[in-house]
Unconditional design. Structure first.
Length: 348
């Protein structure tokens, strides 16, 4: 018999920037939250996909990396003592007779909550993998779908597959550090920043790196070690390239996973919401950030922040229908200053 569920006013599914800011907005309204995420660390796509890449469109922060944004948000929400439950997926969400929701996770944790905020980005996401027989045996050894430790590729012969920002950014990053860099893409057309594409072409012209248009169709192994990959070029000819490591950036395949079974209105893998409360088709369940869709929706972190604020006010009214929710400003409200543990006098 599993232990009795944790009772709470709010559960946030997703610990990316929008899920973190949701903690803050709920905290200002005195609503405590538990946060669940399928990834092992806090920060969502920001940390998983581009921890060290600069983000330029966060209001009042001219530039910050995904890691810095995450750390700043964690600092900002510290006063509210949210509890994080990482490395586990929400496997079940069931409406109870008393109107609360029973949430179960893949680690057999259970929560009985009055409100739910789905801030799950594009869903629990997995990288699109290289479709070659037996290649999974080399994952994390010679085949990588993300770069966690860039230094491990110093002096190596690396092949990078893909045509997006991640592939080009890492190709440009490793040009001076790896023994050789070969960029492989199925066509001579890249979906990346124009400056990166131009730089890559210049490096190829100067023989600093190589571009191959084609697809990996096989690999050769010696002593349980990939030694060469086979690339079929656009003329249908096979080329063999010696490699130490293979970096694959085919993008992420978002999996809505169990969310698809929660009885919410879904449009093309996104959850439909209204733009007043960012409520789903089930009262008490809100969806914020990239997971939601409404007319005019733009997938920007700053839009998610705005959605989180309105969802928090909607939830406060839902939790206490008889109470008038007053909009208080963090600049002037002594009550909020106390909650945030700040003394504005020190700024004068």
């Amino acid at each position: 018999m599993s232990h009795s569920p944790t009772q709470t006013d709010a559960v946030i599914i997703g610990a990316g920037p929008v899920g973190l800011f949701q903690v803050f907005e709920l905290g200002l309204l005195e609503i405590k939250a538990h946060v669940i995420d399928s990834l092992p660390e806090i920060g969502g796509q920001c940390i998983e996909l581009y921890p060290d890449k600069p983000i330029y469109d966060i209001p009042a922060i001219p530039v910050c990396t995904g890691r810095e944004l995450t750390n700043n948000l964690l600092k900002q929400i510290q006063p509210f003592g949210a509890q994080f439950h990482l490395g586990q997926e929400v496997s079940k969400l069931e409406l109870q007779a008393d109107g609360r929701f029973l949430i179960s996770t893949s680690k057999d944790n259970h929560f009985l909550t009055k409100t739910v905020f789905i801030a799950a980005g594009v869903g629990a996401f997995q990288p699109r993998t290289l479709n070659l027989d037996g290649i999974e045996a080399y994952e994390g050894k010679q085949v990588f779908y993300s770069v966690k430790h860039p230094e491990q590729f110093t002096g190596k012969k690396i092949a990078i597959c893909g045509g997006g920002d991640a592939a080009l950014d890492w190709a440009l990053h490793f040009v001076d550090q790896a023994a050789s860099v070969t960029l492989i893409h199925r066509r001579d057309d890249f979906k990346a920043a124009p400056a990166s594409i131009a730089k890559m072409r210049e490096l190829c012209n100067n023989k600093k790196m190589q571009l191959l248009i084609g697809q990996i169709t096989g690999y050769e192994v010696n002593n349980d070690h990939i030694e060469k990959i086979v690339v079929k070029n656009i003329d249908g000819e096979d080329q063999k390239i010696s490699v130490d490591d293979l970096l694959i950036f085919f993008g992420l395949s978002p999996k809505l996973g169990p969310i698809a079974d929660w009885g919410l209105d879904i449009d093309r893998k996104q959850i439909t919401v209204d733009t007043e409360k960012f409520q789903t088709s089930t009262p008490g369940i809100y969806a914020v950030g990239d997971i939601n869709v409404y007319p005019g929706k733009k997938k920007l972190i700053l839009s998610g922040f705005h959605e989180a604020a309105l969802a928090a006010f909607a939830a406060a009214a839902y939790l206490n229908p008889e109470k008038h929710i007053q909009l208080q400003y963090t600049t002037t409200s002594p009550k909020l200053h106390k909650m945030l543990g700040v003394n504005p006098a020190t700024f004068e």
